[in-house]
Design a binder for this molecule. Sequence first.
Ligand SMILES: [Zn+2]
Length: 605
Amino acid sequence: MTNPKKTISRKDVPKKDAWNTEALYPSMKAWEADFTKVIHRSTAPFFPELDGFNGKLHKSAKTLKDLLECYFSIERKLRKLYTYAHLRHDEDIANEAHKKQYDKIGTMYHEFAKEACWIEPEILAIDKKTLQKYRRDPLLQEYAFYLEKLFRQKPHTLSEPEEKILALAGLALETPHKAFSSISDADFKFGSCADKADTHHELTHATYGLYIRSQDRTLRKNAFETLLGKYGEFGNSLTELLAGQLQKHLFFAKARNYTTCLEAALQPKNIDPSVYFTLIDAVHDNIHVLHAYMALRKKALKLKELHLYDTAVPFVQAPDMKFSYEEAEDLVIESTKPLGTHYQNILKDGLKSNRWVDRYENIAKRSGAYSSGCYDSMPYILMNFKGILRDVFTLAHEAGHSMHSYFSRTSQPYHYSDYAIFVAEVASTFNEELLNHTLLQNAKTKLQKAFLINEKLEDIRATLFRQTMFAEFELKIHSFVEARTPITPELLKHEYRTLNEYYFGKGVHIDPAIAIEWARIPHFYYGFYVYQYATGISAAIQLAEGVLHGGRQEQNRYLDFLKMGGSKYPLEILKKAGCDLTTVAPVTNAIAKFATLTKELAKLL
Ligand SMILES: [Zn+2]
């Protein structure tokens, strides 16, 4: 094992364990030199080349094309600079010099957005006749989808002075979300909670995740009640904050001529609200599957009564599974065999020779994991690999993102190379599916097999069922503000409790403390975001099954999906890959898999 035993300084990290940032710039000095080449002015305007186009976009298709080329070429150079600075920043966040460079490019990015802010409104202001001419012009063919996306927003874009007022209001309207984050993440202190031996443990957001999965039931119960109890104490204020956020969504929806808040959130991505309703309906029609899983959980945990604080703890004892980084790499590469040798070879080269991955923890390295990079770089993966099974899944997940980026960057022009969030998590979860499949095939003992199935079930429960419950709650509370129903703590608690009763079923004891849980979920401030987790995992399961059990056609369709990047709307891209989220099939298929796994696990236990 090459996993270092104690945490080392960044400067001591061996080259083979570190990501290949030299491929982007050989040194910080080279980065500085490129920075001054891209931004050669020291005062605004920093990008005077844009100014020459201002007020002239209606003149000819050629002018518009030249402007778009100019705009995207600046953005592309800035992203290369930004990528390097952010990677160097994240590998050692205590490095003052790197932080300065990171801030420097961040500021320039902001300046660029400011100096380019006139472009979209000016394009939208071009008269109808000219526009139709532009659309037929072969010169602008490569920007056709970009322009189409922009024009979708035209009925929801206001006049310039009106837009200015909306922008001015924007900052003030961030208060509910900001205040919520401050109170929930900074101000709240949760104290401690006792385990069954009456030893007290400090309770924070991070430790809550551990305690609620602890085999010590007393600790689970106390963590659950203490944490939610804190939110309960501040029920009135937290209600006002969420109500304020809902009013913000309503304000923008009305100001921009949308009929509902849901439509305002989905329309820009061309996602029909029916996708949202279909998800909820499909889960409702199959809710007994979740109830059956809860019954198995109750039996396996040997409990007389299953409480809500018993619903996250693993009920199969973890087998002793440790992995070296190299073993994880090999497993992830092996698992992608169903995608063909071309895919596998690129991934293998990326992981083993091109050093996409920054493998282990070092002092002051950013925590967690992500996949990053830009059009002019290789994909980069940040990890803090420690050798547990979860880490192997993390590598598979991030490698899924990286391969998506690789294919989309090598197949699309720059301006279509970014894919939407709606499809991003499909590619990463897809690779987790493949890894799970490989691990199950390789499992040597019954216990290993049971553990892997338990993990998969928990994954689907938390991502598909729980997030759909959240999505339903969001829909409900937005409908209240749309109907001018006053939002009170009692109303929110009643609705949330009712949903929990429905989702968990009669077999689970619904502890009163749960009624306030909505108050700690930051996602309710994002506005119709969480449903994408549920649709994402459903699509990934359907596509992975297609590739695992299908042939060449399924494989090619999936690879084409990765190559499409952001060149079409997300639903269209998924449909081409073989997953139609306007139908119930992907969700019911994922739930059917959940049902099968529940039965399999019952047999193994
Ligand atoms: Zn991800």
